[in-house]
Design a protein. Sequence first.
Length: 576
Amino acid sequence: MRNTSRNMRGTLCRTLGFVGGLLGLPIAVSAAERIGDFSLLDQNGAYHQMSKHGDRRAVVLYVQDSRCQASSRGLAAFQALRRHYEYQGVAFFLLNPTRDNREAMQEFVDRHGVTVPALMDESQVVTDAFGVTSTGEAIIYDPGNFSVQYKGSLSQLESRLAGLLSGSPVDSEASKAGDIEGCRIAYASANRFGGSTPSYAQHVAPVIAENCAGCHRDGGIAPFAFDSLQAVKGWAPMIREVVMTRRMPPGQADPHIGNLKNANGLSPDETSILLSWIDSGVLDNSSDSEPPDPLATLAWPTSKWQLGEPDMIVAFPPQEIPATGVLDYLNVPVSLNLERDMWVRASEIYPGNRNALHHIITRVVPPRAEGESRRRLSAELGSGGLAGYVPGAQAKVFPGDTGYLLRKGASLNLQVHYTTIGKATTDRSEMGIYFHDQPPTHTMSGGNASNYAFRIPPGDDDYPVSATMPVNRDIVLYDILPHMHFRGKRMKFTAIYPDGRARDILSVPNYSFNWQMSYELAEPLRLPAGSRIRVTGAFDNSSRNPFNPDPTQEVRWGQQSWEEMFFGFFSYRHVR
C-alpha cells in the first residue's frame, strides 16, 4: 500500500500553501508539561486534531488496550465522568497505543458501551510523548496551550478535573503507580533499538529521502532543503510538529481503506523512527554524523517537468492578473496544431504563477467534420483526457495499455480561474504532453459525482453532503480526485455493487484545499453496469477551521473559493 516512488513523492509538493501551514505553530518542549498539538485517526477512521478543540476547557484521555482486562474495569467510571463533565466544556477520548486493529477496538467499545472515539496511536509517539507507561492511566490535556494538566490514576481524575474547572491549582505530578489498574505498554521503538537512539544514516535519512526530500531539495517546491544532517537537525522542531499533526507528508489518505499507490503518510514505524530520533536529544549532539551523508548524495531530475522533458510543450497565452478584485472564470482557447492523430500517454500542467492560479480545467475541442453540429461535438468536451491544475496536482499518467486520442485538428479550451494576491502579476502556464509510440489497447474516460444543492449553516463544524455517480456500463476505475474548497473537511468513496455489496475504496479524513491530489488505485477496480460510486463528506464552517473565510455566513455552491463545491472526479475506461 506504500509503494509510491521517491520521484512521485516529490511531485506532491506543488504549492506554496505549505509555507502558510507552518506559521504560528507551537513546538513541543517537554513531555511532562507541554507536548504540542497532535492528530490521530479513531477506530472508524475519523480525524481528530487537538487544536480544533481549543474552545474546550480540557480534553480527557483514558489509555486503553482491548486485551487488558485490568484497565477496562475503569470504563464505567470513565463513562460516568464523561456524562457529567462533557456539558461543562470537556472533550473525552480513549487512547489506544497498542496497535490493536480497528475491528478489535470497535468490538471492545461496543462491548463496554463506550460512546467516545478511540484514538488509534499506531506509532505510539503520542502516548510516549505523554510519558505513559501503562494502560489505565488518565490524562487531562489543555488543547489551548497543548500542555499536560494531570497524568495519573482514574481514581483521582475527577477531583483534579473539578479543581481545574473551578480554577484551583492542578498538581501535574502523576499518582503512585499502585493506584493505576492496567497493563504495561511495550513500546516498539524500545524493542527495535534496544534503548539506544536510531541511527541517522541507517534509519532516519532513508525516511527523509523517501517521504520528504523530493520536495525539500535544491530546486524543489519547498522553501528549504533536507540535504544534510545539519539541515534536518535545524528543522527538527518543525518536522516534529507537522508529523505529530499529520500535516506532512501532504494529502494523507486513510491507509486502512482501499489499496492505493499514493496513500502517502509515514508508516507507524517511520513515524516512530523519526520522532524517537528527534526526541532523543540528538539536536544537542554535534557528534551524530556518519559520513558519507545519505541525503547529500541524492540525485534529482533537473527538468521542471515531473516526468522529464515532454514530447510537446503547449504554451498557454499569458494572462494579466490585477492586484485586487474578484475575478470571473476565463475561457481561453489554445491551438495544438497537430498534423496527425496522436495518442496521449501522460500530460501535466506547469503553473506559471502558483500564488494566483486557482485552477485550470482542460477541455479538448475535437475537430469539426463536415456536417457535424457543434452541439454534438460538445458532448466530447471534458472527457478526462488531459491534465488539469489544482493546488497539489500531479502529472496525469495513463496505465501502459490505455491512452487518450487527440485527433488532428483538435484544440483546447481552458477554464481558468485566478485569485488576486495584492499586487498585479502575470501567469504564463504551460502544458507538457507525452505520446505513445503505438496506439494503446484502451481509451480513457472521466466522470464525476457532484452535489450542488447544499446550504451549510453558519458555524456548523460537520455539515454532511453526499453525491452518487451511476455506472451505466462496465468500467475499470483507475484513480479518484476529491474536490472541495476551504471548508472541505473529509471525503470518502464507496463502490456499491448491483447486489448491494459495498466496498470502501478511498477515504481522505483530513481534506486540504492546498493538496487536491489524484489518488491512484494500486489495482484497477472493475465495476459492472448497475453499480454506483457513492461519495460522502462534510464541511467545517466553524471558527475552529483556520482556513474558513467567514464562519458567520451560510455557504452554498459557487465558483469562487470562498463559496463551496462538492465533486468526486474519476478516471476510468469502458470494458469492451
